[in-house]
Ligand binder design. Structure first.
Ligand code: HEM
Length: 466
C-alpha cells in the first residue's frame, strides 16, 4: 500500500486562509459508518485522496486529520497553547483516567501535577528502577523454563502484560502484584475494547446502562480497587522507612509554588494513570517486538551478537544501555511500525491556521502515528521492518516530528525514559537465553485499532533455548 501526498487543487481567495479539503462526500452518516467499520482503512483512503490534511465529521464532530511533521509540530509544540485536550478522544477515556495527567484538560491542574511528578521520571530517576525490570524479567524466564523446546505456544502478550504490571507495581509500591495482575489485565482489556468501539461510534452515551457500558463500569471499579488495594496497604504502614518507590516519592512531593502536595484522590488518579500508561503500551510494544524478531532472523542474529558482546551472559545494568545500540534501534523501529499509542487528539481552543489552512475554534485535530510513521516522504519502503532506519545519521536526516511514538511538546509522555529503558532491558534479558519462534504456517497478526494498537488475538510463539 503506497500512500501518496497529492498536490490538490484547493480553493484559495487571496489574503484568505485556504479551506481544508473534505472527505465528507458521503455526508456525516457515511463518514461515521465508514470510520466505524474500518477506521484505519477510512483514514488511509482520506490520505490517498486528499493528502496531509483533510476534514470529516464523524457523528457531526468536526475533525481534521493532520499527517505531516510540520503540522504535527505546529499543534503539539509551536502552538501547544492553542490546542488542548478537551477533544473527543479524551472525553471518551476520561471516565477511566479522570483528571490524571494523561487526559486532563484542566491546564492549571496539569501544570502543577506535571511539575511535581516530572523529577521522578528523568533518565537518572529511572535508573533507580532498573533492577526491578531485570529482576522481574529473570523471574519470568525461570517460569518460562518448562515451556522451552516443547513446541507448545506461549501467550506472549499475556506473559508480557503480567511482567509489565509486575515491573510498574514494584516501581510504584515496592509490592508483588501477585494474582491481582490478571484481574487488572482483564479489566483493562474490557475498557480498551468498549471505549475503542465507542470512539468509532459514540452512541448511546456512556451514561446509558447498555450491557457493554455496564461492563465498562465494572472494569473501572476493578481497576480502582486494584490501585486502592496497594495505596491503602502502603498508607497503613507506620513509616515508609527508606523506601524510594514512586508512591513514596509522590506522597512526599510538594509543589514549589505553594508548598502543598497532592490530595489522596488526585494521587489515586495519578497512580492509575501511571499503571495504565505503563501497562498496555509496553505490553503491545514488546509483543510486537518478539513477533517481528521471530520473522526477521537477520535482525535477531545481530541482537544476539550485541547482547553476548556487551553483557557476556551477565545481568544488564543501566550503564550498559548506551552500548546496546542495536537493541535500541530495534525498539525504536517497533515503535514506528506498531506505535502503541497510535492516535491522539487536540481541540483548537481558538481560530487558527495550519500552513495557511483555516482551523476554526472547536475543531478536533486527529493525530495518527500509524500513518505518520508510514509517510512515504519520510520513510522509504515503510512496511519493511528495518531497525537501521534509526542509525544516528539517518535520524538526523529526518524531520524530528516524522516520528512521535511518545508524542511531543509539553504533553510528551512522562514515562518515555521508563518505557525505553524497560523495553531495552526486557529485550536484552530475554535475548540472552531464549528465542521466540513462529509456529509453522502461522498467519500474520493484524493490528486491532482500539484505544491502543493491540495485536488482534494476541501474539503466540514457541520458546527455544538459544
Ligand atoms: C512504549 C511505551 C509507551 C508509549 C508508546 C507511550 C505513549 C504516550 C504518548 C503518545 C503520550 C502523549 C499523548 C498525547 O500527547 O496525547 C503519553 C503520555 C503519557 N504517558 Fe506514556 N507511553 C508509554 C509508556 C508510559 C509509561 C511507562 C508511563 C509511566 C510510567 C507512561 C505515562 C504517561 C503519562 C502519565 C502521560 C501523560 C503525560 C502528560 O500529559 O503530562 N507512559 N504516552
Amino acid at each position: 500500500m503506497a500512500l501518496r501526498r497529492r498536490d490538490l487543487p484547493v480553493q484559495t481567495v487571496p489574503g484568505r486562509p485556504r479551506e481544508i479539503p473534505s472527505i465528507g462526500t458521503q455526508g456525516t452518516i457515511g463518514s461515521t459508518l465508514a470510520f466505524r467499520r474500518d477506521p484505519l482503512g477510512f483514514l488511509r483512503g482520506g490520505i490517498r485522496n486528499r493528502g496531509d490534511i483533510f476534514r470529516f465529521r464523524p457523528l457531526g464532530i468536526p475533525m481534521v486529520m493532520v499527517n505531516h511533521p510540520d503540522y504535527i509540530k505546529h499543534v503539539l509544540v509551536d502552538r501547544a497553547d492553542l490546542y488542548d485536550k478537551d477533544a473527543a478522544i479524551f472525553k471518551i477515556v476520561r471516565p477511566v483516567l479522570r483528571d490524571g495527567l494523561i487526559a486532563t484538560a484542566d491546564m492549571d491542574l496539569w501544570r502543577r501535577q506535571r511539575r511535581m511528578m516530572a523529577p521522578h521520571f528523568t533518565p537518572r530517576a529511572v535508573g533507580g528502577f532498573v533492577e526491578n525490570m531485570t529482576d522481574e524479567t529473570e523471574q519470568m524466564l525461570v517460569r518460562w523454563e518448562r515451556h522451552a523446546g516443547t513446541g507448545e505456544l506461549l501467550d506472549v502478550t499475556d506473559e508480557i502484560g503480567q511482567l509489565a504490571l509486575r515491573i510498574v507495581n514494584r516501581s510504584l509500591f515496592s509490592a508483588e502484584v501477585g494474582s491481582h495482575a490478571q484481574a487488572f489485565e482483564r479489566a483493562f482489556g474490557v475498557a480498551n475494547t468498549v471505549l475503542g468501539s465507542f470512539f468509532r461510534f459514540p452512541f448511546p452515551p456512556l451514561s446509558v446502562p447498555t450491557p457493554s457500558h455496564r461492563r465498562l463500569r465494572q472494569a473501572i471499579d476493578d481497576m480502582d480497587a486494584f490501585v486502592s488495594l496497594f495505596v491503602k496497604r502502603r498508607l497503613a504502614e507506620d513509616s515508609t522507612g527508606d523506601r524510594t518507590d514512586l508512591l513514596t516519592l509522590l506522597l512526599h512531593t510538594v509543589d514549589e509554588e505553594d508548598g502543598k502536595g497532592m490530595d489522596l484522590e488526585q494521587l489515586h488518579h495519578e497512580v492509575l494513570n501511571i499503571c495504565i500508561g505503563a501497562y498496555e503500551t509496553t505490553t503491545n510494544a514488546l509483543s510486537w517486538t518478539f513477533y517481528l524478531l521471530a520473522r526477521h532472523p537477520e535482525v535477531e542474529a545481530r541482537l544476539h551478537e550485541e547482547v553476548d558482546r556487551v553483557l557476556g551472559g551477565r545481568r544488564a545494568t543501566f550503564e550498559d544501555l548506551p552500548n546496546l545500540s542495536w537493541t535500541r534501534m530495534i525498539v525504536e523501529e517497533v515503535l514506528r511500525i506498531y506505535s502503541p499509542a497510535y492516535q491522539s487528539m487536540r481541540r483548537a481552543s481558538q481560530d487558527d491556521e495550519i500552513d495557511g489552512f483555516a482551523v476554526p475554534a472547536g475543531t478536533n485535530i486527529l493525530l495518527n502515528s500509524y500513518f505518520l510513521h508510514r509517510h512515504p516522504d519520510f520513510w522509504e519502503d515503510p512496511e519493511r521492518f528495518d531497525p537501521s532506519r534509526f542509525e544516528p545519521a539517518r535520524v538526523a536526516a529526518r524531520p524530528k516530528h516524522a516520528y512521535i511514538p511518545f508524542g511531543s511538546g509539553p504533553r510528551v509522555c512522562i514515562g518515555k525514559h521508563f518505557a525505553l529503558t524497560e523495553l531495552m532491558l526486557v529485550l536484552a534479558t530475554v535475548a540472552r537465553e531464549y528465542r521466540l519462534v513462529t509456529p509453522p504456517g502461522a498467519a500474520e497478526v493484524q493490528p486491532d485499532p482500539l484505544i491502543t494498537l493491540h495485536p488482534r488475538g494476541g501474539i503466540h510463539l514457541a520458546l527455544e533455548h538459544r
